[in-house]
Write a protein that binds this ligand. Structure first.
Ligand code: E4P
Length: 217
């Protein structure tokens, strides 16, 4: 399973990349706004800065919601760097835009996926990635990981090559459960990635090893 970081914060992207296990980055308009990025030129420059740090896939989301505007914006985003993946919302015009980009050889990530039906349509249109938002499903009193499991089964039975990019990850256990359910990628906040490293018995064990090493060094 691949690891993406879900942020537009350059310091966090660098920290995750330095770990040596980062395969890509996802952003969205809310994450860009959080970093205070304003205006088309600043957005472009920020995506370029992210692409310069991480060699893997970088999802850049369109803000338009009509077909014509989405393809204009996506065509432009795709020129920023060869590792840009155009992120398109799961709406009717978005599906048409995914097909347009697939025919053009521009990679897409279909975002805001909350059902298996939406994932099937995005895959049929030629999306390279589908992003089911598991944390937001959990928030609505449903099990988000079950959706990953269902989509993984469908894509395997139907032979879809679209990758399942589990999004809206809230904690380390989400990552483990998504891996178990067959997600191809988890896009995670830095805290959730770092949380995977932690175990109290590791800390206790290491403290003892350090103490005992003083006896013979
Ligand atoms: C995915 O690509 C989205 O950017 C993200 O995972 C949404 O997460 P949230 O539900 O924590 O906002």
């Amino acid at each position: 399973m691949k690891f993406f970081i879900d942020t537009a914060n350059l310091a966090q992207i660098k920290e995750a990349n330095d770990l040596g296990i980062l395969d890509g980055v996802t952003t969205n308009p809310s994450l860009m706004a959080k970093e205070g990025i304003k205006g088309a030129a600043a957005v472009r420059a920020h995506y370029k800065a992210i692409c310069d740090i991480v060699k893997g896939d970088i999802s850049a989301e369109v803000t338009a919601t009509t077909y014509d505007e989405m393809i204009k914006e996506g065509d432009d985003l795709a020129t920023i760097a060869s590792n840009i993946v155009v992120k398109i919302p799961m709406i009717k015009d978005g599906v048409k835009a995914i097909k347009y980009f697939a025919d053009k050889g521009i990679r897409t990530n279909c975002t805001l996926i909350f059902s298996a039906g939406q994932a099937i349509v995005a895959a049929k249109a030629g999306a390279n990635f589908v992003s089911p938002f598991i944390g937001r499903i959990d928030d609505s009193n449903w099990d988000g990981v079950q959706l990953i499991d269902q989509i993984a089964q469908i894509f395997s039975i139907q032979g879809f090559s679209t990758e399942i990019l589990a999004a809206s990850i809230r904690n380390p256990l989400h990552i483990v459960r998504c891996a178990e359910a067959g997600a191809d990628i988890c896009t995670c906040p830095l805290d959730s990635i770092l949380g995977l490293l932690k175990h109290p018995l590791t800390d206790i064990g290491l403290a003892k090893f350090i103490e005992d090493s003083k006896k013979f060094i």
